[in-house]
Structures are given as structure tokens and as C-alpha cells.
Design a protein around this ligand. Structure first.
Ligand code: GRF
Length: 201
């Protein structure tokens, strides 16, 4: 299986995926890492592991659709089987979602449908919940709305700041995301409407 990771920032989830590939826990290959941010550390991580690192400058395109068409062309050119969003800060247009229907995953730092969109961790703290967590889901055209693949809860403590809660959530993400990717690779994920089932065939 040929994976592409789209990332805008630090890329700790990308690193967890690369480590899982190198350790045999993901039986696929990361063919390319694409970023909309020139200085994204995720690109540096890719280069260090001999993975193609591509920066696409959004300013060179008339809008979201045109940008996504460029991304789509690149993904298709590399025969990508699964697109993995890892801290990718752009909402995908129908061009990209339609081009890889049921083949794009995202990870979000809250228990969806609570606290979608930006700053999910801060939103959870501000709301005062005692339990938050993270969600791996398929991507549709909405904002963090696609079928849920895996979720895991993380406790919120009285003394938590966004940074401390984020750190605890990240640890779980780094375990959960590779697992979800491997389930996809093994053909074990089945989508029926909003629900995603794990089959054992
Ligand atoms: C993660 O917390 C993920 O849930 C969210 O963005 C963050 C990316 O972190 N979508 P990193 O760049 O993988 O370190």
C-alpha cells in the first residue's frame, strides 16, 4: 500500500507513522509527504527518512479547488492508495474528497462530534469536560464530520493547560493512528452510512 501524508506543522503523528512503517507495524510505505507550509517540520522529518517531501505554495493557486487539483494530480501520479492527514490545516474541497472517496483519514484531538475544527484541545478545556480524547475518522466534505474509525478517551485534570492535555492526547494519537492505518491496509474497515465497522475477513 502506498501512503501519502499531508501535514502543515510539527509532524509528530507523521513521525509515529514513519516509525510504525520502519518497525513493521504498518505494512505499507509512505511515498510522499505534502505540505502547504514551506517550513513545516514534517517536511524535514520526511527528508530525514528518505521520503519525498513536497511543498505546494497555496498562493500560486486561485483558490482551494485549484490547490486541491494540484494535490490530486500529484497523488494520482504516485498511485497513492491512502491519504493520511496529520495536522493538515486546510479543509479539503470536493475535488480531493471525491478523488479519494473513502481513502482519506484524519486525526482530531477530541472525541468527535465534540469540539471539531480549530483548537479542539482548548475548546475542551474551556468547556470544562472531564474526559476528552482523540478520534481517527474518514474525511468527507465537512469539518471533522466523516465516519469514525477509532476513538480513545483521555482524562482532563484540574491542573491541565492546553499544552499538558495536548501532550497526553498526542501520546494516544501516536498509538491510535498507526493502528487505524493498518486496519485500512488489511482491508478490515467497512463503511455503512455514518458507521465504520471492523470486519475480520
Ligand atoms: C494533532 O493533535 C492532530 O490531532 C491535529 O493536529 C495535531 C497535529 O500534531 N489534527 P502533529 O503535527 O502531528 O504533531
Amino acid at each position: 500500500m502506498r501512503l501519502a501524508v499531508l501535514a502543515s506543522g510539527f509532524g509528530s503523528n507523521l513521525q509515529a507513522i514513519i516509525d510504525a512503517v520502519e518497525g513493521g507495524k504498518i505494512t505499507g510505505r509512505v511515498e510522499v509527504v505534502i505540505s502547504d507550509q514551506k517550513d513545516a517540520y514534517a517536511l524535514e522529518r520526511a527528508r530525514r527518512h528518505g521520503i519525498g517531501a513536497v511543498y505546494i505554495n497555496p498562493r500560486h493557486f486561485s483558490g482551494r479547488e485549484a490547490f486541491d487539483r494540484e494535490v490530486l494530480t500529484l497523488l494520482q501520479g504516485k498511485n497513492i492508495d491512502l491519504v493520511v492527514l496529520a495536522g493538515y490545516m486546510r479543509l479539503l474541497s470536493p475535488v480531493l474528497v471525491g478523488g479519494f472517496k473513502g481513502k482519506i483519514m484524519n486525526i482530531h484531538p477530541s472525541l468527535l462530534p465534540s469540539f471539531p475544527g480549530l483548537e479542539g484541545v482548548q475548546q475542551a478545556l474551556d468547556y470544562g469536560v472531564k474526559v476528552s480524547g482523540c478520534t481517527v475518522h474518514f474525511v468527507d466534505e465537512g469539518l471533522d464530520t466523516g465516519p469514525v474509525i477509532l476513538q480513545e478517551a483521555v482524562p482532563v485534570y484540574g491542573q491541565d493547560t492546553a499544552a499538558s492535555l495536548q501532550e497526553r492526547i498526542h501520546e494516544v494519537e501516536h498509538r491510535l493512528y498507526p493502528r487505524a492505518i493498518q486496519l485500512f491496509i488489511e482491508g478490515k474497515l467497512e463503511i455503512e452510512g455514518r458507521r465504520c465497522f471492523q470486519n475480520e475477513t
